[in-house]
Design a protein around this ligand. Sequence first.
Ligand code: PRP
Length: 209
Amino acid sequence: MKVKDKPFVLALPKGRVFDDFIPVLQDTEFALKDDPQNSRKMLLDTKRPEVKILVIRGWDVPTYITSGAAHLGVVGKDILKEKEEEEFVELADLGIGKCRLSLAGNENLLLGSSKLKIATKYPKAATKFMESIGIQAEIIYLHGAQEIAPILGLSDAIIDLVDTGKTLKENGLEEIKFISDISTRLIANKASLKTQSKLINEIKEALSK
Ligand code: PRP
């Protein structure tokens, strides 16, 4: 593919955000032509030939956007808070993927504790929040399934996303403190905002309807 034929790339994260986002996208002129359920392709065609959809892990979306390998990206605010060193511009709150970041465990833990082991995949947000309530956090970094860590003695508590609260309840944990609201955001590469402003605005408007 020649450089001048390089497509405009919209990066989407696999999983829950992708499932929420596809119905929104399919109602626009940027709807997918490929069926994501039956395809292993990572760069999918849309109804607009110059626009491709890149399907990757959410944690990699800011990296693609910062480098300019992708122009626009859809990603949870939870991930953006951990990736503040990356250079992207947050364009819009898409109003999907709504949940919250919370401290969970056993409420009595907080009484008189000056240091706690916190299992999380959000080390920056966890350290900052625990500091704000006067407790030093020893971070146990996990990629997922944090809810089981306190029961098995790996940590004292967790800091993770809560939606319905079912995962906490079924693993014997209580939501102790709300930390922040989370939702899915649209982010852009800084240079692309200037060079591809027309297309970026079209996609932003299509997704905001
Ligand atoms: C998220 C989060 C919790 C769960 C909360 O995990 O990490 O485990 O959802 O949802 P609930 O309050 O409705 O039970 P997800 O299923 O996205 O998988 P992950 O472990 O890969 O993050």
